[in-house]
Design a protein around this ligand. Sequence first.
Ligand SMILES: Nc1ncnc2c1ncn2[C@@H]1O[C@H](COP(=O)(O)OP(=O)(O)OP(=O)(O)O)[C@@H](O)[C@H]1O
Length: 258
Amino acid sequence: MKTIQLAPRITTGSAGTGKPPALVLRGVSVRLGGPAILHDISFDIRERRIGIVGRNGSGKTTLARVIAGLLAPDGGTAEIDGTDMAKDRKAALRTVGILFQNPDHQIIFPTVEEEISFGLVQMGRKRDAAAQETREILQRFGKSHWAGAANHALSQGQKQLVCLMAVLAMRPAVIVLDEPYSGLDIPTRLQLMRFVDEVEASVIQITHDPDSVRHFERVIWVDRGRIREDGEAAGVLAEFEGQMRNWGEQDDLSDLSG
Ligand SMILES: Nc1ncnc2c1ncn2[C@@H]1O[C@H](COP(=O)(O)OP(=O)(O)OP(=O)(O)O)[C@@H](O)[C@H]1O
């Protein structure tokens, strides 16, 4: 396999330092018009590989949207290298790429090349330059023959790869992956995991599968909108899996958020 050494096109304060960007959340709370979904979330991330685990409805996707600047918190701030992601949407678009759980919620264009070019044009690339960079990313993934393919005719795993290529083409400093491998067969999952392992960008991966983040530097467990554990992967995952088994043995679903 070709290596996917896509250096982030970092435009934030860590540019050129070789250090991962600093993702700092301070006192983030989110309500969305109802009871609080996130309560007073604070962390300071300087690692390149972060896993986020938690039960259904615990607030992980909401947290991902705050990190990517897609959702302005009701309280607190989310900054990358000192830039507030909710206040500077242009910086957020350049700095953070987000891959949603369901590619059908992400893909908006008929063909693969249009889908990948779109983000580049949004970032200010001229159409020719965007087309060239689209060809390059397709080539890096050995998928040049997909350029004119209809997205709707691709399988879920293939669509997921299109979304991943679209995110990587923008070369963000931070990539947020929300359950990127659910519904994928084992070879496709392993291939996409290898691609992700190779990228230089910082990766924040939301998952229900502890095995997919066991090798990460740090894992954050979100429980009912709060951080329950935050630390080295082995310790946090051992606690998390123990609690999940414990809850799984009970029949009471009343503690499920939402
Ligand atoms: N747009 C919205 N408006 C109101 N409530 C919302 C909205 N989006 C999410 N919620 C609620 O916020 C809570 C957290 O949802 P979120 O999608 O962040 O959880 P999650 O941990 O990603 O869940 P899952 O693992 O099931 O994907 C849920 O109770 C959900 O119903």
